[in-house]
Design a protein around this ligand. Structure first.
Ligand SMILES: [Zn+2]
Length: 284
């Protein structure tokens, strides 16, 4: 545990320096404060996320994946489930690794797209996701503000089909840290839109539009890695000539503080609580 904490402090220090330099050199919003509102909350999330959220999500994934894996690998008596999964050969796992990697990334992002869209469109789910959207001054550290129910839901939905379909499971383990760092970069206060590749790979500007409270950007840009998924499903907003300036959620205030944000989705609210677009449902 001490070693884990020390590693988290070390990574935090390194990323603070790296993003400190990048955000100073290529800011999307010039002059944004480093000691911004919610900084202490996000520092608490930085530790909470790997120490609590991820183990919860891991157990959730196991609860869903193990029964599926037992069925799809039935007949391998004597071997452990891990050995049976590794020994399992499907036409998908027989492909070259690079091809599996591309397919897995697209599948991950496709499922991530629809689960993310679900977290925006379904009012009960939005309460959990609103916590992630509550940063009003967005930078790289804002990425870690993710409610455990949000993390659990997304990870379970992403992991189950991968095992069911029969991809090489060791690939998935290799992805996780990479995708985590990628998600951190997407929130950074950087004016990078990746030019010619803007629709191929998600950039900070693309994802910062997802976090805006400016009306044009509401409920847009749901993909994590591949903006072309938003083109396919009609949800892209990615102008060339401007970048978002306002962030947060409309119609409600998510309190600061880790514990208050953890409790936020369950707290008692007025009958007509605002939805993701800030609108109040009409009385029935
Ligand atoms: Zn969102």
């Amino acid at each position: 545990m001490i070693a884990r904490l020390a590693a988290l402090v070390a990574v935090l220090a390194v990323l603070s320096v790296v993003f400190g330099v990048l955000e100073a050199r290529w800011p999307s919003i010039r002059g944004q404060r480093r000691r911004r509102p919610g900084l202490g909350t996000d520092l608490a999330w930085w530790f909470w996320n790997p120490l609590v959220n991820q183990p919860i999500a891991f157990v959730g994934v196991l609860l869903v994946v193990v029964p599926i894996a037992l069925v799809v690998t039935a007949g391998g008596d004597g071997a452990t489930l891990k050995e049976r999964l590794e020994a399992r050969e499907t036409w998908l796992s027989a492909q070259p690794l690079w091809l599996q990697t591309v397919q897995l990334l697209v599948l991950f992002d496709l499922i991530g797209y629809w689960s993310h869209r679900g977290f925006h469109r379904i009012e009960t789910l939005w309460r959990y996701h609103a916590v992630h959207h509550s940063s009003v001054e967005l930078d790289w550290l804002s990425a870690v503000r993710v409610h455990p129910v949000n993390e659990l839901g997304t990870r379970v939905l992403q992991a189950a089909p991968i095992v069911l379909l029969g991809y090489d499971t060791s690939l998935v383990a290799a992805f996780v840290p990479l995708l985590t760092f990628y998600a951190i970069g997407l929130h950074a206060n950087l004016r990078w839109d990746f030019g010619w590749f803007r629709y191929v790979i998600g950039s900070p500007v693309y994802h910062r539009w997802h976090h805006t409270t400016e009306l044009e950007g509401l409920d847009r840009n749901f993909a994590g890695m591949f903006p072309w998924l938003d083109i396919v499903f009609g949800t892209l907003y990615f102008p060339r000539d401007r970048q978002p300036l306002e962030f947060g959620i409309l119609g409600d205030v998510v309190p600061t503080g880790l514990l208050r944000q953890l409790w936020y989705p369950w707290r008692k609210r007025p009958a007509a609580a605002p939805g993701p677009d800030g609108s109040v449902p009409a009385e029935a």
